[in-house]
Design a protein around this ligand. Structure first.
Ligand code: YSA
Length: 346
């Protein structure tokens, strides 16, 4: 039986040297060291031996068992080391190669323009606040002196989203002006705020109209505020935004929430007022609506119009970008064309 032990030893070592994968190694372990493996089978047969031979063969078989277990462990470690070395080799990095520069994004041109606008007004002492895009009819129209049935509502049609169980009509705001009333309800004069934000209109899109776009709103209310303050504020803003030599023009315009209302234009920064394609040969570019806050709007917000007066203004953010960068189609802003967006690396 000692011969059998030696035969198992020789065969086990030969096969172990041939095992090159974890799976083959496991098969080997089952075959030679497993419960029904060659060695255990042999040990089970010890009982058939004469009593004097049993200890000798038993000792030899157990020695071989320890030897094979050690050999198995050694082989396993060698295979793991080999696999690790192969993985490292496959992952080798050539650190002498030039690096790949990461693709760095840039702020959307609309965000950039909102920042530019708000930074100018912040430097003039205005606070910057934002408000809800989902708005009550009350703030979007009624409190701005646009009651139900008022013809101005046609100009600002929108997406109505009144909840089924609500008596109060709800909509996506058509302009940032509702924030005028919301702010005055909360804050008593002096008030000086600028509100940038997204607005919505039920509108067919074309090169200059989107149904989702951005506006900014300005509001200043205090005792003794006059048109001269509006003029000075817009004048300073226009020069910082469109160039130090700019002149501004106020012409009468109508918005139900101001009295008087004006349309603000800046002399053309491309032709200096001589007339070109940007200003459509007029020498002037309209940039904002503005005016003195209507006394009724102050009343709606709980502010006494006999004591306080205010001015307000509002403009389109994308339209500012279009004018300054000479972009001829507003739809480019939301087209997600990377070739367009890349041109606005700040
Ligand atoms: C007027 C007087 C105030 O005291 C305060 C605010 C205002 C502005 C007013 N709330 C308003 O919304 N006027 S507006 O309908 O003429 O729009 C203002 C600006 O938004 C426009 O001058 C234009 O620049 C932009 N705009 C309007 N419709 C647009 C648009 N931009 C892109 N797509 C559209 N569909």
């Amino acid at each position: 039986m000692l011969d059998q032990v030696r035969a198992i030893a020789a065969e086990a070592h030969r096969h172990l040297a041939q095992a090159t994968t974890e799976q083959e190694l496991e098969l080997w372990r089952t075959r030679f060291l497993g419960r029904k493996g060659a060695l255990n089978e042999l040990l089970r047969g010890l009982g058939t031996l004469p009593a004097d031979q049993r200890p000798v063969v038993g000792a030899e078989a157990n020695r071989l068992k320890r030897e094979l277990e050690a050999a198995f462990e050694q082989r396993r470690e060698a295979l793991v080391a080999r696999a690790r070395a192969a993985a490292l080799e496959a992952d080798r990095v050539d650190i002498t190669l030039p690096g790949r520069p990461p693709v760095i994004g840039t702020l959307h041109p609309t965000t950039q323009m909102i920042r530019r606008i708000t930074e100018i007004f912040a430097s003039l002492g205005f606070d910057i606040v934002t408000g809800p895009e989902v708005e009550w009819d009350y703030y979007n129209f009624e409190a701005l002196n646009i009651p139900p049935g008022h013809p101005a509502r046609d100009q600002w049609d929108t997406f109505w989203i009144t909840p089924e169980d609500s008596e109060r009509p709800m909509l996506l705001r058509t302009h940032t002006s509702p924030m005028q009333v919301r702010i005055m309800e909360k804050q008593k004069p002096p008030v000086r705020v600028v509100v940038p934000g997204r607005v919505y209109r039920y509108e067919a899109t074309d090169a200059t109209h989107e149904s989702v776009f951005h506006q900014f709103e300005g509001l200043a209310v205090d005792e003794g505020v006059t048109m001269a303050d509006l003029n000075g504020t817009i004048y300073t803003f226009a020069r910082r935004m469109f160039g130090e030599r700019r002149r501004i023009r106020f012409r009468c315009d109508f918005f139900p929430f101001v009295e008087p209302g004006v349309d603000v234009a800046v002399d053309c920064w491309v032709c200096e007022g001589a007339g070109c394609t940007l200003c459509r040969r007029s020498g002037w570019i309209e940039v904002m609506g503005a005016g003195m806050v209507h006394p009724r709007v102050l009343e709606y917000a709980g502010i006494d119009p006999r004591r306080y007066t205010g001015f307000a203004f509002g403009g389109g953010v994308e339209r500012f970008s279009m004018l300054l960068h000479r972009i001829d189609d507003i739809r480019l802003f939301y087209g997600n064309d990377i070739r367009f967006l890349r041109q606005f690396v700040a």
